[in-house]
Write a protein that binds this ligand. Structure first.
Ligand code: SF4
Ligand code: SF4
Length: 299
């Protein structure tokens, strides 16, 4: 049941992280308008099950008045709200309170702050720590997201065989992470990658919405376009068994996706997402309505 919508308010970001699975950066284009936010929130209300609206990106604080307006409209319509930020704006704790004050007034339910070396380098006093300290002082619910350099861990995780290498650190091998972080990591045979481990493609609990209208089930894997079909209708009519990419992913994971569409591939991949992302990249011209936008594939 869909309970959360996540606005990719903008693809623009002041950072250009190696692990960014949306390929965001200072030159990335695509930002919602306030009237689009209002229309989409009205559609989300029509769905009847959505109770949470997140504002993320890219970096949503780059479009601060728009983000605040989106949160205001969402609150007016009765949604709980959250923000995900890299907290570049937290120059001091005191100034961070200036940025967070209006969000406290709107009773923001969750401030998620990226706090790791990818975002801030390996230093003690980071903007993330200042932002979190300011949030605590203001009584705002907040948490941090920490993604480390990929590392090899051993042991059992999910359905993997005992002793199979497990890549820790939390980076997902999609988008720029595939280009920048994949090299040298242990791999598994492609035929073993027979399920999607992270997204519920049959009954998604949340979707990410971008300014081009794409309704992402996973980054770059679109249910359809909400500028062509209203969001409530897209959600109501979604049938994963009729979706050219989700059906094989549900039936046999990225391995079946590659097999079904005869995509040339290597023998080994780091994990399911690594194979899935590269197969989807190879299929992008064949299924432009489902594999979009091209910029999250680095194109
Ligand atoms: S991971 Fe976050 S902070 Fe880094 S480039 Fe992507 S959107 Fe920006
Ligand atoms: S990249 Fe593919 S396998 Fe990984 S979570 Fe997304 S849809 Fe599932």
């Amino acid at each position: 049941m869909l309970t959360g919508i996540h606005f990719l308010l903008t693809y623009a970001c002041n950072s250009e992280c190696d692990h960014c699975f949306l390929y965001c950066g200072p030159n990335s284009e695509g930002t919602f308008t306030s009237s689009q936010l209002r229309d989409v929130l009205a559609e989300a209300a029509r769905i009847g099950t959505v109770d949470m609206a997140y504002f993320e990106g890219g970096e949503p604080f780059l479009f601060y008045p728009l983000m605040v307006e989106g949160i205001r409209i969402a609150r007016e319509m009765g949604f709980a709200t959250g923000v995900v930020t890299n907290s570049y704006w937290a120059t001091t704790e005191e100034d961070a309170e200036l940025w967070l004050g209006p969000l406290v007034e709107l009773e923001l339910s969750d401030l998620s702050v990226s706090d790791d070396a990818f975002h801030h380098g390996d230093v003690e006093d980071t903007p993330a720590k200042r932002a979190l300290a300011a949030a605590t002082r203001l009584g705002m619910p907040s948490d941090s997201i920490c993604i480390e350099e990929p590392m090899v861990e051993t042991g059992i995780e999910k359905d993997q065989d005992k002793g199979a290498p497990v890549i820790g650190g939390g980076a997902m091998f999609r988008g720029r992470a595939v280009e920048k972080l994949a090299e040298g990591l242990p791999t598994r045979p492609w035929e073993e990658l027979t399920q999607c481990p992270y997204e519920d493609l049959r009954d998604p609990g949340r979707v990410h919405l971008d300014p081009y209208g794409h309704v992402h089930l996973c980054q770059g894997l679109s249910m359809g376009n909400m500028w062509e079909t209203p969001l409530s209708a897209l959600i109501q009519n979604y049938d994963p068994d009729l979706h050219a990419i989700c059906r094989p992913l549900l039936e046999g994971g990225p391995a079946l996706l590659a097999k079904q569409y005869d995509v040339k591939h290597q023998d080994q991949y780091i994990d399911e997402c690594h194979l899935c992302y590269l197969v989807r990249l190879a299929l992008i011209d064949r299924f432009p309505q489902y594999l979009a936008p091209r910029q999250v594939y680095g194109l």
